[in-house]
Design a protein around this ligand. Sequence first.
Ligand code: E4P
Length: 221
Amino acid sequence: MKIFLDTANVEEIRQGIEWGLVDGVTTNPSLMEKEKVNNFPAVVKSILAVTKGPVSIEVVATDYAGMIEQAHKIRALGDNAVVKIPMTLDGLRAIKTLSSEGIPVNCTLIFSPIQALFAAKAGARYVSPFVGRLDDIAEDGMFLIEQIKTIFTNYSIDTEILVASVRNPMHVVRAAIIGADIATIPFDVLKKLPMHPKTDEGLSRFLSDWKKIFPDGKFPL
Ligand code: E4P
């Protein structure tokens, strides 16, 4: 499963890349607001430059013509720019046009299996089901991922399932067990994933035993 970072913070992306954990990036208007982005083109260009993989940038137009215009501007920023289009009727129409032009689209704000199927039929490269926001209203976000996975497998659909609105490590574990293609993860969740108290305890015991042989802690090679 590929790991994307769900952020508009360039330093977080750099750090995640150094750890070898970032295959791509997703952004949205709320993440831009969180970073108090005012020079939008500069920030987007920096994110595209540091990230080798795909970077999703969201349109804010809601009508077909506006989405197409903004999509072309986004795509012109780099070959790894993916256009994020919301799941609406105008959005579906825009996805169809953009995908026929060879522009990769990530269809966002997916909350039902039919929305995912329709986005895929329109030609979306990625669908982004929001698991955390479904959990927030007492639905099972990960069950949606299972449903989409089954539908895409039934019909050999190659649109990638990009699990979004990830809030905790168990979302990531379940996404991998289900066989989702990608999980896009906030930086604070990403940092928690490699942690295990038994790893810390084990390392501490190895180091204290080593000091019993070599009190200065040196590695004599
Ligand atoms: C990413 O593509 C989504 O926009 C993002 O994961 C939404 O996350 P949130 O529900 O935590 O805002």
